[in-house]
Design a protein around this ligand. Structure first.
Ligand SMILES: N[C@@H](CCC(=O)N[C@@H](CS)C(=O)NCC(=O)O)C(=O)O
Length: 152
């Protein structure tokens, strides 16, 4: 186990997994930013800056920008959690460093492109392609793990 933790592949995985998890966490701050600047809140207690009951009511609304960032965050959760779990198993199978780095870099790059495409509403297929690259990387690592550990 100590060998695995000291290995270059594990260190690379830890680096890229941490970067992409931090990116995902930053979506919460972006959501908060859009909620405040668009004055669009989900809970009555969050509208405490309102001066009148009417203004309070107006601030309890759904806003397109907020919802876009929330969908992007949701998509991160759907893709980054599987990457971290499967990537860890993949790392434990002792892959080649160059192959592992290619997987990790492609995945992290694809998720940054996905976020930019989503938040900036870039024309398709930019978002779809970046999503496919990410899911392809996770699928490739899962395939590698199964070819080594498969016991049915
Ligand atoms: N849960 C996703 C599954 C498919 C998916 O992740 N598609 C990518 C590429 S089109 C995406 O960015 N979907 C937008 C989203 O998840 O809000 C969805 O509802 O669209």
């Amino acid at each position: 186990m100590a060998d695995v933790i000291d290995s270059e592949v594990f260190l690379a995985f830890s680096t890229y997994a941490t970067i992409v998890i931090l990116k995902m966490m930053s979506m919460s701050f972006l959501t908060a930013y859009f909620r405040i600047t668009r004055k669009a809140f989900a809970n009555t207690e969050d509208t405490f800056t309102a001066k009148t009951p009417e203004e309070k009511k107006k601030m309890l609304r759904v806003n397109d920008d907020v919802e876009r960032v929330r969908r992007c965050h949701q998509n991160d959760l759907e893709n980054i959690i599987p990457f971290v779990v499967i990537g860890l198993l993949y790392t434990l199978t002792g892959p080649e460093l160059s192959t592992a780095l290619l997987h990790f870099r492609l995945f992290v790059g694809s998720r940054f492109v996905h976020t930019l495409s989503y938040v900036m509403a870039l024309p398709q297929p930019s978002r779809a392609l970046s999503w496919i690259v990410g899911i392809g990387v996770t699928g490739s690592m899962a395939y590698h793990v199964l070819t080594i550990v498969l016991r049915l």
